[in-house]
Design a protein around this ligand. Structure first.
Ligand code: HEC
Length: 182
């Protein structure tokens, strides 16, 4: 009997300590979110994004909480996305291939994380961080720049490739912005 009570108590304690879908309890600010270990085994958001203009190729990953979002919805609190920015080099079929890894960008959201945003730059509850290729050393890009460029995308939860992600995830071919929004 005692054993059973102990087991129930342990279960209750473990449950109350775990994080939930509403995200971790700690409120993160810009530049505080680390590159999560093991993100390369996360669901793929978009791979080999061709950015000829920026002379880069990018791979974007999303954590399992984020990948549960349905088109038309914002991403849940607890979502993290990691984007690897590679220098582009000429590849096959006129496509760009990946050269050296230049940066690792992270954006994540949690309840109330947007509270720390500078005035006029609140992107919902998203916060941003930029790292060098080692994934540890902070990169010089200021978070305010991330915020300004993602800021106008209010209809797609501040995520640039929102429409493309859902079309691709469902096995479709993305043919450019439809003007659609969630
Ligand atoms: C000049 C505009 C601009 C700036 C500045 C910018 N981004 Fe983005 N970001 C984009 C675009 C456009 C995409 C879509 C992928 C692509 O085309 O390269 C993107 C994509 C992303 C994604 C993948 C999710 C999505 O929105 O599709 C993450 C994560 C991200 N950016 C983080 C950052 C971080 C962190 C910073 C600052 C260090 C930053 N971005 C600065 C324009 C910008």
């Amino acid at each position: 009997m005692l054993k059973i009570i102990a087991a129930i108590l342990t279960a209750a304690i473990l449950t109350s300590c775990s994080t939930t879908d509403s995200g971790p309890v700690v409120k993160l600010k810009d530049n505080e979110q680390a590159v999560p270990a093991g993100y390369k085994s996360w669901p793929k958001f978009l791979m080999n994004v061709q950015r000829g203009d920026a002379k880069q190729v990018r791979d974007i990953y999303i954590n399992p909480i984020g990948a549960r979002a349905q088109k038309g919805q914002p991403f849940a609190n607890g979502t993290t996305m990691v984007m690897e920015n590679y220098a582009a080099k000429p590849g096959a079929d006129g496509k760009l291939a990946k050269g050296e890894l230049l940066r690792v960008f992270v954006m994540g959201k949690g309840e109330g994380w947007g509270d720390s945003a500078p005035q006029g730059l609140k992107n919902g509850d998203w916060v941003y961080a930029a790292y060098m290729a080692d994934g540890v050393t902070r990169a010089p890009e200021p978070a305010a720049a991330c915020r300004s460029c993602h800021l106008p995308l209010t209809k797609v939860d501040f995520v640039h490739r929102y429409d493309e992600y859902f079309v691709t995830r469902e096995g479709g071919t993305y043919r450019g912005p439809s003007g659609g929004a969630y």
